[in-house]
Design a binder for this molecule. Structure first.
Ligand code: GDP
Length: 447
């Protein structure tokens, strides 16, 4: 059975919840003296889910002087065994220093944490629920163990961690490298988008020609690519050919190109910005690139028509430099030389697109994330404007695709943008995000 550990400071309602989940009368409570003196275990049942539950409440009547040390050992032992830890706080009492202390222990663990605010019924709980949010484990599940409220929400919150099938399904969606790659190819008219797609497909499904604006609408094409190991990988190509026609008719080329490119970008995981190597990088390209990154998509830049490029190496370096100077948000966006006409560099391009998607979809385990955070803040502590140090307390990844993080701390509104960039760049480098956009939000823990 999957294991859930209930952790939290004394009196938040761990035992009440334990009893409710295990069933008071039928409770199969292990109470082996010596071995599990500090905790109880039982088989829990929650709306059709079965799991083993560990309650770490046993130390509560111990000598208060030795409590924190014992609690920590108990909590950590239970959490390390568990598939998920249910961290309980008391919404009426609000977040206390000991809750924050426990949150710190939990943050260094790789076990997923579900936060629940107990005693959440009624208005008296509102402030406490807000405070709980600031612990950095996401929105707390609102519970009333005593009244049996919030059971459905608790079920939903625990489900991904204790139902293995659900868990696997989620991973297939988000992190499976073999899931179909949604790839958009954008670029100015005549960059070679249609030629590139035809090349990928090995057939003339799109019409290419020297004239801008032959094909009409954005289209999606499912396609199979064979990687280096001969594995078949699915690719869904999204083309934005439509932008050209409209652009010509309305003679508002720049505006429409960007808008249309972005429409395709909405459907894509990875976006390839195709440039014509004979023309180089123009401001409109940078604008498209910037918007792709702003939309939180992973970006690759391909220099097409490499077969006819003059002075290739200085051209490549020139574009590289212009990208570094021109793209303010993300440094080191991959730049690849390709030829849609000859096929050169195309396998490398698709391979890079799959790799970039993996980084974009990545979830960093809590422990690894916090170890990075401690290193980064120690190596370069935040400044102290007006003699008052800005304190950064902890970080949490709220989502992936794109990877998004919240850092909690005090006086964070005074943190210079340069320091935020330092953190984001350090995260990219050390946590393997490469050049994908990483989102960072700063929050003060209370209010
Ligand atoms: P799109 O507007 O971006 O779809 O561009 P097209 O695919 O229609 O290509 C525009 C022109 O560039 C056509 O004349 C293509 O034959 C040419 N072209 C595209 N890719 C390459 C390439 O890799 N090398 C060369 N030499 N010409 C290319």
């Amino acid at each position: 059975l999957p294991i859930v550990a209930i952790v939290g400071r004394p009196n938040v309602g761990k035992s009440t919840l334990f009893n409710r989940l295990v069933g008071k009368k039928l409770a199969l409570v292990d109470d082996r003296p010596g071995v599990t003196r500090d905790r109880r275990e039982g088989d829990a049942h929650l709306l059709g889910l079965d799991f083993r539950i560990i309650d770490t409440a046993g130390y509560e009547d111990e000598d208060p002087d030795t409590l924190p040390g014992r609690m920590r050992r108990q909590t950590e032992a239970a959490v390390s065994e568990a598939d998920v830890a249910l961290f309980l706080v008391d919404a009426r009492a609000g977040v206390m220093p000991l809750d924050e202390e426990i949150a710190r222990w939990l943050r260094s663990s790789d076990t997923p944490i579900v936060l629940a605010a107990n005693k959440a019924e009624g208005r008296a709980a509102e402030q406490g629920i807000l405070e709980a949010l600031a612990l950095g484990f996401g929105d707390p599940v609102q519970l009333s163990a005593e009244h049996g409220e919030g059971v459905g929400d608790l079920f939903e919150a625990l489900l991904p961690f204790i139902d293995r099938e659900v868990e696997e399904e989620e991973e297939v969606d988000l992190e499976n490298p073999f899931a179909p790659l949604k790839l958009a190819i954008v670029g100015r008219p005549n960059a070679g988008k249609s030629t590139l797609i035809n090349r990928f497909l090995g057939q003339d499904r799109l019409i290419t020609g020297p004239e801008a604006g032959i094909t009409r609408d954005s289209i999606a094409i499912d396609w199979e690519w064979h990687d280096r190991n001969g594995e078949v990988r699915q690719v869904r190509l999204i083309d934005t050919a439509g932008m050209r026609k409209k652009a010509k008719v309305q003679d508002k080329l720049e505006k429409l190109s960007v808008a249309d490119a972005l429409r395709a970008v909405d459907f894509a995981e990875v976006v390839v910005l195709l440039l014509d190597a004979t023309l180089g990088l123009e401001s409109q390209d940078l604008r498209i690139a910037d918007r792709v990154l702003e939309e939180g998509r992973a970006l690759l830049i391909a220099l097409n028509k490499w077969d006819v490029a003059e002075n290739p190496s200085s051209l490549f370096n020139g574009v590289r430099k212009a990208l570094e100077d021109g793209l303010s948000q993300v440094k080191g966006v991959p730049l690849l030389a390709v030829s849609a006409a000859t096929g050169k560099g195309l396998d490398t391009l698709i391979e890079a697109a799959f790799e970039t998607r993996a980084a974009w979809s990545k979830r960093v385990p809590t422990g690894e994330l916090n170890r990075w955070f401690e290193r980064a803040v120690e190596a370069n502590p935040p400044p102290a404007p007006g003699g008052k140090r800005i304190k950064l307390r902890y970080v949490t990844q709220v989502k992936s695709r794109p990877p998004s993080f919240v850092i909690f701390g005090t006086r964070v509104d005074q943190l210079p943008a340069s320091y935020e960039r330092y953190l984001v760049n350090s995260m990219r480098r050390e946590l393997g995000f490469g050049a994908v956009p990483v989102r960072l939000t700063l929050r003060a823990p209370k209010n």
